[in-house]
Each structure stands twice: as structure tokens, then as C-alpha cells.
Design a protein around this ligand. Sequence first.
Ligand code: ADP
Ligand code: MG
Length: 209
Amino acid sequence: MVTQAQILQWLEAYATEIEANKAYLTELDAAIGDADHGINMDRGFKKVSIQLPTLTDKDISNILKTVSMTLISSIGGASGPLYGTWFLRASTAVADKQELTAEDVLELLQAGLDGVLQRGKAQLGDKTMVDVLSPSVDAFRQAVEEGTLKAMQQAVVAAQKGLQETIPMQARKGRASYLGERSIGHPDPGGTSAYLMLKSLLGVLDSYK
Ligand code: ADP
Ligand code: MG
């Protein structure tokens, strides 16, 4: 079972991971975009981090909804609305749940992905965060009966593979698509931050086993 306390720890861990990778994410976005992805994500998750202590008595769904609102209001660019949508749909998927089973985590991850797909209209292979999120949800589903920790381990392996696979892709969505063939040969910045999000969740689950 994933507890409310673990969700708060995950968000804190992700904010820390984003801060540590702020320059790297920006460097990736400098290669194929406008050099702001690390800045955008760090701005949003610093705000989230400040709010976390005020959320200790909220349920999981409310916590995720607050994160969504914070990201939408503080991050410009494509990633604000996309991550905002991911967290909003994740929040709705676990409404009224006090703890999450592996099935609940699967619902959460699937709902987040569906939101990003609807909002951004990217397809697999377009070189976006979808190329990381989508295979990770599939991997989680395949391993869901083995429990949350094992399923999350598989999800992160698939996310890492998905991220590597964005390198030879040509971007077809977002600013990177303006570069055409010159977007080939670099990992996708949003795919990288999505991988870090899943890795942070695994890190928290792993520390409880
Ligand atoms: P911007 O592109 O507006 O500068 P960011 O640099 O913060 O915003 O985020 C760029 C990332 O957003 C990309 O690396 C990609 O993963 C993601 N992205 C852009 N457009 C889409 C889309 N339509 N669907 C899914 N993800 C997208
Ligand atoms: Mg950018």
C-alpha cells in the first residue's frame, strides 16, 4: 500500500531531483528547444515544495490536485499545462482513497498519461514525455500482480528505455519540432523530467520495503 505520507515524500523527492537536475534539463532543452525546461520545472516544484508542509492533513487526491493547480499557475510553456493535467487526472483517479493498492497506482499512472495524451495530442514516437510515460504504464500493468514495488521497478526500467529511445527520434510536437531533423540525436527534456518523476516514486517505495 502506498500511503499519504509516501506521496508527500515522493513529491519532496521529485522537487529535490528537479533542483539537482535543473541545469541538465535546461541544457537538454537548449539543444532542441528554448533552454527553459529545467527553469520551468524548478520554478513549479519549488512552489510545490513550499506548500507540502501545509498538506499533511489532506488526502492523496487533494494533495495531487494542489500540485496540479500550483504547476498550472507557476510554470509557463508546454510542460506546465501538461504536468498540471497529469497531476489533475492522477488526483481524480484516486479520489477518496486513503491508501493506494498496486491497482490504484496503475489507475493513477494511466489517468495521468491519458490526460497528457488528450491535452498535448502527441503520439508515440513524437519525441515527448509520452514516449517515457506510455511504456512505463504498460510495464507497470504487466507486473501489477507482483505488487507496487516490483511493478514500479519495471515501470522505471521501461521509462529509462523509453527515454533512450527518444534520442534518435525527430520531434513532431512542441518547440523541438521546429528544428526538424536537427532535433535528432538528443534526449527529450520532458521525457527526462518524466523519468525522474517515476524514479523518485520508486526511490520512496524502495526505502520502505
Ligand atoms: P516549452 O516547449 O514551451 O519551452 P518546456 O521546455 O518546459 O516547454 O517543455 C518541453 C517538453 O514538453 C518537451 O521536451 C516535451 O517532452 C514536452 N511536450 C511538448 N509538447 C508536448 C505535447 N504536445 N505532448 C506531450 N509532451 C509535450
Ligand atoms: Mg522549453
